[in-house]
Design a protein around this ligand. Structure first.
Ligand code: HEC
Ligand code: HEC
Length: 425
């Protein structure tokens, strides 16, 4: 029988935030409160703003989606039977990173790698600590079993994700082909995934159907292709909220197939409005870097240390993306969307197959968007500074080893200039 003691330290964060969520129906009514006035002396340096020039109607949709993103859902809305947080911004506060998190677990061998037999974890690789709507048994790591490894994933920022969705498939495939020709170990690969949601009634962004083979872009291991699919996945996986895109509750120890709200919990609109908010979030304005001692332009340092080989500064978006200001532009995404082997130290515990084709050692190059709003870096927040983030790219067999060596060969001034540049993005 599962107990929570193994995960308790980290679960406290989510548990505390979820403690008040089992009350009356919220019916998804959003009260839009104006943002607080900016303190004196700050510029428009906020993360949670829409792309400029989208027009009044899309601005209205942004504000509506923003309110829903922050709205706690209740038992009467279909929360549960198990969940981790009751609202999106519980894990993406102000569209940024954390504070909520998700824990993954897998049965590993003595070398730390997941083994084929995962039957000790019959309810999947994700910890679901909280109960609502009839759930009685949380999903937690079995206590005191050294063969079960538990690791953490922080909710990444959702800034600029419309640009990321808009990037043309051909661009990602081009970068993959270019890297395949390299001889320095940098060799990312597309996470080809099977589209897991039912078809959306709104086909303006894509016409994928369940079972289609698509290029994964979203999630720390690029396991999902589109923002509506990710939203439906987050509803189902993080909140126990079913939708027409993901109509069933995930497997749970109590064998429950429904919760306090009979049937499918929310509408297509509930999913699409939240997806629209993440599509319309701007890439924060670049902060000017001042007081830098290096004589080399920082973008050049970024290139010289091979950061730009994986964190590709811009990729072209497709011409027919429905949000016209995001169509046919060079989007400053600072990722290649490809999976890279980052070695055993960064590896996490996820069941083979749960992140598309990604292995436990592989990660999507993190988009360097608005990093100055984060307090920690890397998928589990292990790095507290950009310097620590760069150093943690190193590991046995990591594709970034050469890049870390180049960075360390720089003068102290150049290293600091590179770090400041990364924080300015
Ligand atoms: C319990 C915490 C939690 C909650 C609640 C949550 N998320 Fe997330 N979110 C995460 C984590 C962790 C990831 C990375 C997941 C992965 O790699 O599998 C993520 C990833 C994402 C991404 C992909 C970002 C990227 O860089 O590719 C989007 C978009 C997203 N979430 C949207 C949402 C929406 C919309 C909701 C509400 C319906 C939501 N999330 C609720 C934790 C959460
Ligand atoms: C081989 C590809 C590769 C190279 C080269 C590379 N990175 Fe990364 N980078 C990644 C991957 C993959 C991640 C995500 C790893 C994780 O979260 O565990 C990442 C994460 C990061 C992060 C953390 C972002 C966040 O959201 O927390 C920073 C900062 C970063 N890289 C900066 C750099 C810099 C600066 C360089 C050059 C010195 C560099 N990277 C070189 C692939 C690469």
């Amino acid at each position: 029988m599962a107990t929570r003691s193994v995960v308790l330290g980290l679960s406290l964060v989510v548990a505390a935030a979820g403690a008040f969520s089992n009350g009356a129906c919220s019916n998804e009514v959003v009260v839009v409160t104006p943002p607080p006035a900016e303190p004196e002396g700050t510029s428009v340096d906020l993360p949670d703003v829409p792309v400029a020039g989208i027009g009044e109607e899309l601005e209205r949709q942004f504000t509506e989606g923003d309110g829903l993103f922050d709205l706690p859902l209740r038992v009467a809305d279909g929360l549960g039977p198990l969940y981790t947080q009751d609202h999106c911004s519980g894990c993406h506060k102000s569209a940024g990173r954390g504070p909520g998190l998700v824990q993954k677990m897998s049965v590993v061998g003595t070398d730390g790698a997941p083994v084929a037999d995962q039957s000790k974890l019959p309810y999947g690789d994700t910890v679901h600590p909280l109960l609502a709507g009839g759930g009685k048994t949380p999903i937690a790591a079995p206590d005191g079993d050294p063969s079960i490894r538990v690791t953490t994933r922080l909710g990444p920022p959702v800034l600029g994700r419309g640009y990321m969705e808009a990037v043309a498939d051909a661009e990602i495939l081009r970068v993959e082909a270019e890297q395949a020709k390299r001889s320095d170990g940098i060799r990312g690969r597309v996470n080809w995934v099977v589209y897991a949601s039912e078809a959306n009634e709104d086909t303006s962004f894509h016409t994928h159907k369940k079972g289609d083979r698509v290029i994964g872009r979203f999630g720390l291991k690029a396991r999902v292709a589109t923002l509506d699919d990710f939203t439906a996945d987050a509803f189902q996986g993080d909140m126990g909220i079913t939708s027409p895109l993901r109509p069933s509750e995930f497997a749970n120890p109590d064998g429950l197939t429904d919760d306090g709200k009979p049937g499918v919990d929310v509408s297509f609109g509930s999913v699409n409005k939240r997806a629209m908010y993440s599509r319309l979030l701007a890439i924060p304005k670049r902060r000017p870097t001042t007081g830098i001692a290096s004589s080399v332009p920082p973008a050049k340092l970024f290139e010289n240390a091979q950061c730009a080989s994986c964190h590709v500064p811009t990729l072209r978006t497709r011409a027919d993306y429905p949000i016209t200001v995001l169509a046919n532009v060079d989007a400053a995404v600072y990722t290649d969307f490809l999976l890279h082997d980052m070695g055993p130290d960064l590896a996490d515990a996820a069941r083979p197959g749960s992140d598309g084709t990604a292995s436990y050692r592989e990660w999507r190059t993190a988009p360097l968007i608005g990093l100055r709003f984060n307090r920690s870096y890397m998928h589990d927040g292990r790095a507290k500074t950009i310097r620590e983030a760069i150093i943690s790219h190193r590991g046995q067999g990591s594709q970034a080893n050469g890049s870390v060596n180049l960075y360390q060969s720089f003068s102290t001034d150049d290293q600091q200039a590179l770090e400041a540049y990364v924080l300015s993005l």
